[in-house]
Design a protein around this ligand. Structure first.
Ligand code: 9MR
Length: 369
């Protein structure tokens, strides 16, 4: 008896086509972590425009909900190139849970429906964070037990609503300082360090099939922080929490971090038995806020950095690769400009939605490795 064997990429494309068909029947974006049978690489991607169609792991973007509603060209790029969606803001506590007894489901429900209709995964971001909290949480008064109950209700209400529809959640976001100590948040202050493992337990109880992540920045450049995070999560797991993976936000620069730092980060996290989500990638070309133009030298360095990350990530075992999510689509809407008040060009598409050298190098790397 002979079986037709497909390369991982071909299998992934077929799986996407199947997902699309099933999506019309079910409102479930589904989970797919089945390793392909044969690791055989095809380098002929010349006729495939879409990024996600040439990749063997999901390719995501952070969705700017206003642009999604009003900007047709933006929406087209999302549909064409990405098969995993993270809400850039609308699923954060201040938006989704504005009052203690009021949840605001409208925007996130429509995003989840869009994903089901277009066969895209949803990645949930973020259940527990110190930023973008509603006033009622910031002003909450109560005992440790009251805080735990409030956190449990917050997490479980959201996770249950999207049970089976969200592939994975950033359960806890940015809980560590750069020196590797726990960040002094209201969660730490009122519950103690057990808030982290409790958050994972609450989320897992609400949807045992969702993949659960701890998400943070600078883990690829700050060894002390990375080691403390891994140590802490390992202990939480030993105490019974379910933690499937680590989100490396990967807000990086065109010339930093180095290949070696990236490789060591991937290897260390994967050998500690965590899946890795490159969860918020962008590559700044102007970290020092100079008066610059995005010239061909800068854009070529940026393209090389995208290539480096994708090549090294691709070399991880299949089951360790949850996916690669970019923090946006076009430079026009990048958070870096409004957050740091600086000119920057960190993404794959320019202000006029034209593909940049980084787009081509990322697509090529997805094809080759
Ligand atoms: O991109 C988000 C931006 O629109 C918000 O103003 C900002 C508020 O803190 O959050 C940005 O997203 C952050 C993400 O949720 C967590 N990691 C850092 C991201 C960039 O700041």
């Amino acid at each position: 008896m002979s079986y037709v064997k497909y390369s991982p990429r071909v299998s992934f494309v077929i799986k996407n086509a199947l997902l699309l068909s099933f999506a019309l029947l079910f409102t479930n974006c589904g989970e797919d972590t089945t390793p392909p049978t044969v690791y055989e690489k095809s380098t002929d991607c010349s006729n495939i425009e879409s990024l996600f169609q040439v990749a063997e792991f999901p390719i995501g973007t952070a969705l700017n909900y206003d642009a999604f509603l009003t900007d047709v060209a933006y929406r087209d790029l999302v549909e064409t190139h990405f098969n995993s969606i993270t809400a850039e803001n609308i699923m954060k506590p201040s938006n989704i849970h504005p009052q203690e007894s009021e949840f605001n489901w409208g925007a996130s429900d429509s995003l989840v429906q869009f994903c089901a209709k277009h066969a895209k995964y949803v990645h949930g971001h973020t259940l527990v964070w110190h930023n973008q909290l509603p006033d009622w949480i910031l002003n909450y008064k109560g005992t440790k037990k009251d805080w735990e109950d409030m956190l449990q209700k917050h997490i479980q209400t959201i996770v249950l609503r999207y049970k089976g529809k969200v592939r994975g959640w950033d359960v806890v976001n940015e809980a560590f300082e750069e020196d590797g100590t726990l960040r002094k948040t209201i969660w730490l202050e009122n519950i103690g360090e057990s808030y982290i493992e409790k958050a994972f337990i609450y989320a897992h109880n609400a949807d045992p099939s969702a993949l659960l992540f701890y998400n943070d920045f600078n883990l690829e450049s700050n060894l002390t922080k990375r080691e403390k995070v891994i140590q802490f999560l390992n202990t939480a797991k030993n105490r019974g929490a379910t933690i499937h993976g680590i989100g490396l936000q990967m807000h990086i620069y065109h010339v930093y971090p180095s290949e070696l730092m990236l490789k060591e980060t991937f290897d260390e996290i994967s050998s500690n038995n965590y899946k890795i989500h490159i969860s918020e990638m962008d590559v700044s070309v102007n970290p020092l806020n100079k008066d610059i133009e995005p010239d061909s030298v800068l854009l070529a360095d940026q393209a090389k950095q995208y290539e480096r990350v994708i090549r090294l990530y691709s070399q991880l075992p299949y089951e360790k690769k949850y996916g690669c999510t970019l923090w946006g689509v076009t430079d026009k809407y990048s958070w870096i400009r409004s957050f740091f008040y600086r000119e920057d060009y960190p993404l794959l598409f320019d202000d006029y939605y034209k593909q940049k050298p980084a787009f081509f190098s990322m697509r090529k790397a997805l094809c080759l490795y």
